[in-house]
Every structure is written in structure tokens, then in C-alpha cells.
Design a protein around this ligand. Structure first.
Ligand SMILES: [Zn+2]
Length: 77
């Protein structure tokens, strides 16, 4: 029977593997000069204009994965 420490460890593991999946997704992506989240242009080699956009995109990407939807581009708004 799992005690509270085991349960906490479990959810920490899940969180970590989600964060790693998001990191891997970002590592595969090539900078286009546009923010992948909001579409701001002229960013040079950056994928996102700032940490807020990166965080929002990662959150949405995690949701997309969970829902089995294709991730990343084409979802600019
Ligand atoms: Zn942005």
C-alpha cells in the first residue's frame, strides 16, 4: 500500500517526464524567426519572444499531447 511519500514521488516523476518531453520537443524545433506561441517576428534564433511565451507554449503542447493532437505549428493565434 502506497504511503504519502510514495504518492508524492509518483506525481513528481510524472511532472518530470512531462517537462522532459517538452524539452525534447523544443530541442527538435528549428527557429523560424517567429515566436512559436504568439507569432512575433524578427526573433532571430529564438523560438519564443520571452519566457512567458515559452511557458505558455509548453503548457499547451503538454495538453495537446495528452489529447493526442498534433503539436507545434499551425496553432498560432
Ligand atoms: Zn511570443
Amino acid at each position: 500500500m502506497a504511503d504519502e511519500a510514495d504518492l508524492a514521488f509518483d506525481s513528481e516523476q510524472r511532472h518530470l517526464s512531462q517537462a522532459l518531453a517538452a524539452q525534447r520537443a523544443r530541442a527538435r524545433m528549428q527557429p523560424t524567426g517567429m515566436c512559436l506561441h504568439c507569432g512575433t517576428e524578427n526573433l532571430g534564433n529564438q523560438l519564443f519572444c520571452d519566457a512567458d511565451c515559452a511557458g505558455d507554449w509548453e503548457y499547451e503542447d503538454t495538453l495537446r499531447r495528452r489529447l493526442g493532437l498534433p503539436g507545434g505549428r499551425g496553432s498560432l493565434h
